[in-house]
Design a protein around this ligand. Structure first.
Ligand SMILES: [Zn+2]
Length: 201
């Protein structure tokens, strides 16, 4: 891993001749919500090169479009597809725009677990609240006793591909894919998502 870091620390001029006002900010900017990783040079041959764009909050219309596409199981980037290999596995790349669905990054979809957990918990809590209010005092506790654990296991599988694409949409909302990044995805001839995956094939 010897890629050239091309970003300039916050507070330093592009020429690097001025002092760093607050070098600590640089680390914060590279931290993730699963998050924006450090940007690296796009011409490196390293398949783990990460998105080059900085943090950027999309407009409301763009956000609705990104998440709407994910909820329809389409590619958040282009709205096309196909993006699913099967229900529990995404294809390496979108069949339309060619973006690698893990953006070439290790452990990219760890963040989707958060979406999965939050959505599962919310669905169960809302269901519990609605049934409690609607049926009080004749609440079917036995149903909860057995149905709750079953739902807790079943729901994560039922929403699995949605949460992965929602995570990609969330990432694209903060780090839009630049034309250079898309070109890099399309140019890659690999059939795996990240360099680490290569050893498994
Ligand atoms: Zn696409």
């Amino acid at each position: 891993m010897s890629e050239t870091i091309t970003t300039h620390p916050v507070g330093m001029s592009p020429t690097g001749t001025e002092p760093i006002v607050n070098p600590g900010v640089r680390q914060a900017a590279g931290a993730s919500p699963g998050g924006p990783p450090s940007r690296r040079h796009p011409t490196t041959s390293n398949e783990e090169m990460e998105s080059r764009g900085g943090i950027h909050l999309a407009s409301l219309g763009q956000i609705v479009r990104l998440f709407g596409r994910a909820l329809r199981l389409h590619c958040p980037q282009c709205g096309g597809g196909p993006v699913l290999q099967h229900w529990l596995k995404l294809r390496v790349r979108c069949g339309t725009c060619g973006i690698r669905l893990e953006r070439g990054e290790h452990d990219y979809f760890v963040g989707s677990l958060m979406f999965n957990y939050v959505i599962t918990g919310t669905l169960l809590l809302v269901t519990l609240a609605v049934v409690l209010v609607a049926m009080w005092p004749d609440v079917p506790w036995t149903w909860f006793q057995y149905g709750g654990p079953v739902a807790m296991v079943a729901i994560p599988f039922a929403i699995f591909p949605f949460t992965k694409l929602l995570w990609l949409a969330f990432d694209l909302m903060l780090r839009p894919a630049t034309p250079e990044e898309l070109e890099w995805h399309q140019r890659s001839t690999t059939t795996w998502s990240t360099e680490r995956d290569a050893s498994r094939d």
